[in-house]
Design a binder for this molecule. Sequence first.
Ligand code: UDP
Length: 248
Amino acid sequence: MPEKTGNSVYKRVVLKISGEGFVHPGRRGIATDAVLHIARQTYRAAEHGVKIAIVVGGGNILRGAQFTAGDSCVHEATAHYMGMVATVMNGLALQDALESLGCETRLMTAIRMDGVAEPYIRRRAKRHLEKNRIVILVAGTGSPFVTTDTAAAQRALELDADVLLKATRVDGVFSDDPEKNPNAVLYSELSYDDVRRQNLRVMDLEAITKCMEYDMPILVFNFRKDGNIERAVCGERVGTLVRRTKQR
Ligand code: UDP
C-alpha cells in the first residue's frame, strides 16, 4: 500500500469515475493507459491517508437508455443490466491497475458474480476501508433505470463518506457547456438548489436530490488533470463544491 503522509482533509471519500475515464475521448471500450492514469491518481490520493471507495461507471461500453433508444428488441431493463455488467469490466481493469502499483484492493459488486467479485455488503465494505484497502464498487445499485451517479450518492451516504468526489472531464460546474460555449463561467461553489433550479450538469437529478436530502457535499472536478484527485482530498481549491450553503 502507499506510504501514508496524512495530508488529507477527509477521512473517507467516495470517488465516482465515469466510464469515459477508462477510454480516450471520443472512443469506446477500455484503454489500459487511461485505466492506469486513474489508478496512479488514486494511488497518489491514497498516500495522504484517506480511505477511498470508487464507484465505477460503464458509459464507455454501454448505457442502458441509449442502447434501447429507438426500435430495439432488447427491453430497456435488460439494457440497464447490460450497463451494470459493463461497470464490472471497468472495475476489473481498475483493480489490476491499482494492484500493479502495489495498492491493496477489493472489488465489490451489487449484482452477485461470485467467481469475479465479492458481493457488496455495506459493513464488509467499511471494514475493507478501515484496513486501508481501496474498495472498487461495481454494478451500480444493482437495480435498473438509474445510473452510477445515483449509486455513488447512495454509497457515499451508507459508507459515511465526508464528500462525494465526482470526477469529470471538465474543470467543474459551468454556467453552460464549456465544450461548446467558450464564455461559460466556472462556479467555485454552488448550493444544491442552484444546481436543481438552473438545471446544471453535475450529476443526475436523483443523485443530487439524495445528496441534498442528507447533506452530502459533492466536489466536481477534472480528473484528467494530473494530481487533481490528490489536490481534492488535500482540500486544495479544485473544481466546484456543491453543498447546502453557498458561501461567497
Ligand atoms: N445502471 C443501472 N443501474 C445502476 C447503475 C447503472 O441500470 O444502478 C446502468 C445504466 O443503464 C447506465 C449504465 O448502467 O447507463 C452504465 O452506467 P452509467 O451510465 O452511470 O455510466 P457512466 O455515465 O458513469 O459512465
